[in-house]
Design a binder for this molecule. Structure first.
Ligand code: C5P
Length: 215
């Protein structure tokens, strides 16, 4: 079954509350700048103490190789993997991968982003990014639920597990993307769960919907 990843873009207090509420229904958690900058990387440990799920660091790392290496070393003391940008070049991505691999942690490459602004600069190079992810034998790509045909193509080109944001708040539809995905892939949902009146109920709803549509 396709996995459900919660994007926990909240402050510490709310994040820990939501993690506790939804833990029975999510398979993994994505932690990014909003949470880490309002707390610290230690938050990853606190989340793991609550729910023992895979935690991916969405830091969209995009610097020169030497700096990427330092960022990866410091970040990957926590969590199970890190998201990087590829437009900075193969050497920068390799620098992260070479830190992550020996630690048994994932390097996941952003291909095309899910928001409208992505059409101008990143969509034109997204196919090449997917091909680079395959060449570097990374652990996955990020590709948009908001554009199912692009999701399909990027998954095909990379032949890697996909993490796909965009369902819910950004308008992506589960029904449209589920048939493109398989059990190695993750659907990332944030606001549609944590901003709802009852995050637990909403996480359960998505989990059950994924199960029903996966058949
Ligand atoms: O709240 P929502 O469900 O839109 O959250 C989507 C999450 O995925 C956010 O954490 C956002 O930063 C992230 N993301 C995205 N598009 C990408 C890469 C990451 O929306 N291409």
């Amino acid at each position: 079954m396709v996995k459900l990843m919660l994007a926990l873009d909240l402050d510490k207090e709310r994040a820990l509350k939501v993690a506790e509420e939804v833990k029975d229904y999510v398979d993994a958690i994505k932690v990014g700048y909003p949470l880490v900058l309002s707390s610290s990387l230690e938050i990853v440990k606190e989340i793991k103490d609550i729910c023992e799920k895979e935690v991916i660091l969405d830091f969209k790392v995009a610097d020169i190789p030497a700096t990427n290496e330092k960022i990866a070393k410091l970040s990957l003391r926590y969590g199970d993997g890190i998201i990087v940008h590829g437009f900075v070049g193969e050497d920068s991505v390799k620098a992260v991968r070479d830190v992550a691999k020996p630690l048994n942690k994932k390097t996941i490459l952003v291909t095309e982003m899910s928001h409208p602004g992505a059409l101008r600069f990143i969509q034109p190079i997204a196919n090449e990014l997917a091909i680079m992810a395959k060449k570097l034998e990374l652990d996955g790509i990020v590709a948009p639920s908001t554009r199912p045909e692009r999701l399909r193509e990027l998954k095909h080109l990379s032949n890697l597990p996909v993490l796909t944001p965009g369902v819910g708040a950004q308008g992506g539809r589960l029904e449209e993307i589920i048939k493109i995905l398989d059990e190695n892939d993750y659907i990332i949902i944030g606001r549609a769960i944590y901003n709802s009146e009852d995050p637990k109920k909403m996480a359960k709803y998505y989990k059950e919907k994924i199960r029903a549509l996966s058949k």
